[in-house]
Design a protein around this ligand. Structure first.
Ligand code: HEC
Ligand code: HEC
Length: 188
C-alpha cells in the first residue's frame, strides 16, 4: 500500500489552508501519525468561527477576538437562547447579507458537554470521542458531522466581514476521516 503524503504546514501553501492528498483511505493504526493529524485538525476546531458556538460559559461569543455576544445573549435552558429570545429570532437558515446577521439551519450554541474553549489538545480530542459528551456519535458519525453538517459548514462561508475556517469543509472532513482511520489517537 502506498503511503499517503500530506503537505502540512509547508511554506508552499497558504498559511491558513491544509491539503490532504486524494486517494484511498489508509486504515492502518498509526498512533504518531494519528495524533499529528488531530493536531492539524485543531486549527479548525479552535478557529473562532467554531469556538464562538462552543463556549465554556453561558454565552456564545463573537468575532475573531471572541468577545461575548452583543445584547446579552445567553445559551438558555436548551442551548437555543433564552425562552423569550431564541437564537432563531435573529438567526435565519442562511446569512442575511442586508443585516449582516449570520445564519444556518438549527442555529444554536453547542451544549456544555461540547464546550471546547479552555481544553488542551488532548482534552479536546478525548471530549470529541466521548459518547457521553458528543450525543452518542460514533467515529463514523463524527466524520460525517464535521465533513457534511450544514451548521459546521457555515464556518467556511460565514458572511461578509468574517474570517472563514481554514481550507474547505471537504478537506476538513478528509482530515478527520484520516485521523479516525489511523486509530483516532490523541496527542499527549
Ligand atoms: C452556530 C453555532 C455553531 C457553529 C458555528 C459551530 N457549531 Fe459545532 N455544534 C453546534 C451545536 C448546536 C452542536 C450540537 C448539535 C447536536 O447535538 O445536534 C454542535 C456540535 C458539534 C460537534 C459534535 C461533537 C462534539 O462533541 O462537540 C462537532 C464535532 C462540531 N459541532 C464541530 C464544529 C466545527 C468543526 C465547527 C467549525 C468549523 C463548528 N462545530 C461550528 C453549534 C455550532
Ligand atoms: C437579538 C438578536 C440575536 C439573537 C437572539 C442571537 N443573536 Fe447571534 N448575532 C446577532 C447579530 C446581530 C450578529 C452579528 C453581529 C456582528 O457581526 O456584528 C450575531 C452573530 C452571532 C455569531 C457570529 C460569531 C462570529 O463568529 O463572529 C454567533 C456564533 C452567534 N451570533 C450565535 C448566537 C447564538 C448561539 C444565539 C442563541 C443562543 C444567538 N446568537 C442569538 C444577533 C442575535
Amino acid at each position: 500500500m502506498r503511503a499517503k503524503i500530506y503537505f502540512v504546514c509547508t511554506g508552499l501553501l497558504l498559511a491558513s489552508s491544509y491539503v490532504v492528498a486524494d486517494g484511498p483511505t489508509t486504515t492502518k493504526d498509526d498512533p504518531v501519525r494519528s495524533a499529528e493529524l488531530f493536531k492539524e485538525a485543531t486549527k479548525t476546531f479552535r478557529h473562532p468561527r467554531c469556538l464562538n458556538c462552543h463556549p465554556a460559559g453561558s454565552r456564545p461569543t463573537q468575532g475573531d477576538d471572541m468577545h461575548p455576544h452583543v445584547m446579552n445573549i445567553v445559551r438558555g435552558p436548551k442551548d437555543h437562547g433564552a425562552v423569550a429570545l431564541q437564537c432563531m429570532a435573529c438567526h435565519g437558515n442562511a446569512n442575511n447579507e442586508n443585516s449582516g446577521v449570520p445564519g444556518a439551519p438549527k442555529w444554536a450554541v453547542a451544549p456544555k458537554s461540547m464546550a471546547w474553549v479552555g481544553l488542551n489538545d488532548r482534552q479536546l480530542c478525548e471530549a470529541l470521542k466521548d459518547k457521553k459528551k458528543n450525543h452518542g456519535m460514533s467515529p463514523e458519525k463524527l466524520i460525517e458531522h464535521n465533513g457534511k453538517d450544514e451548521l459546521v459548514g457555515w464556518a467556511w462561508h460565514p458572511g461578509a466581514g468574517r474570517t472563514p475556517a481554514p481550507g474547505t469543509q471537504e478537506e476538513f472532513g478528509k482530515l478527520v476521516a484520516e485521523w479516525v482511520a489511523t486509530g483516532a489517537h490523541c496527542p499527549k
